[in-house]
Design a protein around this ligand. Sequence first.
Ligand SMILES: [Mg+2]
Ligand SMILES: [Zn+2]
Length: 178
Amino acid sequence: MYKAVIFDRDGTLNHTAPKEQGGYALSPEDIILMPTVAESMQRLAERGIHRLVYTQQKCVGKGLLTEEGLDAVNGQLNRLLPKDAQIEYFAYCPHHLPDTCECAKPKPGMITGLLRQFKLKPEEAIAIGDSKRDKLSAEAAGIDFLYVQSDDTSKHSDYDESDRVFKTLEEALSSLGF
Ligand SMILES: [Mg+2]
Ligand SMILES: [Zn+2]
């Protein structure tokens, strides 16, 4: 049984920010939860399952958002969740040029770091995301993965026949027995 769920953030937990700002959530007001996210976190928390995030935030490397600003955006996401069911840790890759780091998706660095930090074996964690690089990163880290359908419909064509794709996070968790 899984001990942790590692979530992509944008398009998975919160709606993708407007295209005019590059799809980046740049202020707390940009965080609007996707359907069923709050109650899903509650279900996980009640079962003692870790709730972690792996998120690509190139906007920091591009100079559009400071790390303090990113903390404020992540903090807002947590404020929208039940108090005892918040995200325990946000792993993020701030790098603009993916070749210069080991954390940029589809590399496994953020996930392997979380596994170390929370003392988890790969088989004890599953990642949930909305884009192909989320899946590739999970595969590279050796953990299971499933999709919650993105609010960005351009990503839907990335999903393969063999992928497990769910309309909502609640449905995805139900399929795991949560
Ligand atoms: Mg995403
Ligand atoms: Zn990075």
